[in-house]
Design a protein around this ligand. Structure first.
Ligand SMILES: Cc1cc2nc3c(=O)[nH]c(=O)nc-3n(C[C@H](O)[C@H](O)[C@H](O)COP(=O)(O)O)c2cc1C
Length: 251
């Protein structure tokens, strides 16, 4: 993919199916800044996503440059303390507890227990990613470092924190999902990459202290945005359900 506006036209020639198939979660970005006008252009396109009753129950906090780096530094510090607590023995844990350990303070629970059918896919997707990265299952330190890259936005210069209306429950989340996919596709057609990250909703403090979040809005997801690097991690293409697995048969 090309930087700047030159790659944009070529990408815009793509049909919707091409874009749907070619978009991937990007987990390694160049540090090339994304111009504000391009971020606005993507958000404007994504605003055409459908929503129930056209209520558009989402808001976005955009962080770039210094602001993004400050939020990342805070999130990283929290993540590292949480990991240190997890690794620590009993005595150290007790000491850390007195200092206050960073329990998730996000608006949603981002630590999932999947039902068995879904858990198998979740585990296979994680296993495939770590295999591609050459990270062994028992290499906890490297796995932790890889997970920690979420909080550095995988090197992206821009991150979008996406909020949804707290009062609409599942339907606000559904509308917000359509919005996030729309912005991911709009970014892709402009030569940019994205990674939707529920991990970025685990600790909300660093974002909430830096933005005036409208009341009634909850942080549901972060989306890293930038130019994809050539790192092999960006080639990872986890499998999809077959149609047989997708479609429910008549009884
Ligand atoms: C709501 C949501 C949350 C996600 N959270 C994370 C995350 O925290 N970290 C991460 O690396 N990827 C995250 N992903 C990316 C998924 O792992 C990815 O979409 C999935 O494996 C399919 O791969 P693809 O996007 O490359 O097609 C998330 C995706 C979605 C839609």
């Amino acid at each position: 993919m090309k930087d700047g506006m030159e790659g944009v036209e070529a990408h815009r020639q793509m049909g919707v199916d091409d874009v749907l198939r070619a978009r991937r979660s990007i987990r390694d970005f160049k540090n090339t800044p994304v111009p504000d006008a391009l971020v606005d252009d993507i958000l404007r396109a994504a605003l055409h996503a459908p929503s129930w009753g056209n209520v558009q129950p989402y808001r976005v906090a955009v962080a770039s440059g210094t602001l993004a780096r400050e939020i990342s530094a805070d999130l990283m510090a929290i993540y590292e303390r949480a990991m240190a607590f997890r690794r620590a023995g009993l005595l150290t844990r007790l000491r850390m507890l007195r200092g206050g350990i960073p329990k998730p303070d996000g608006d949603f629970n981002t630590i999932m227990r999947y039902p068995p059918e879904l858990d198998a896919r979740y585990k296979a997707t994680g296993k495939g990613l770590y295999e591609l990265l050459g990270i062994k299952r028992d290499d906890k330190a490297t796995r932790e470092r890889q997970m920690g890259k979420n909080f550095a936005f995988f090197g992206a210069p821009t991150v979008l924190f996406v909020f949804c209306s707290a009062d609409l429950g599942a339907y606000a989340a559904l509308d917000t999902g359509a919005f996030i996919q729309s912005l991911a596709l709009a970014a892709h057609t402009r030569g940019l990459g994205t990674c939707a990250q529920a991990a970025l909703a685990t600790w909300a403090g660093p974002v909430k202290t830096r933005f005036d979040i409208p009341s009634g809005y909850k942080l549901i997801c972060g989306v890293s945005l930038g130019y994809p690097s050539d790192d092999p991690v960006n080639t990872y293409a986890p499998t999809r359900r077959t149609l047989g697995e997708l479609c429910i048969q008549p009884s």
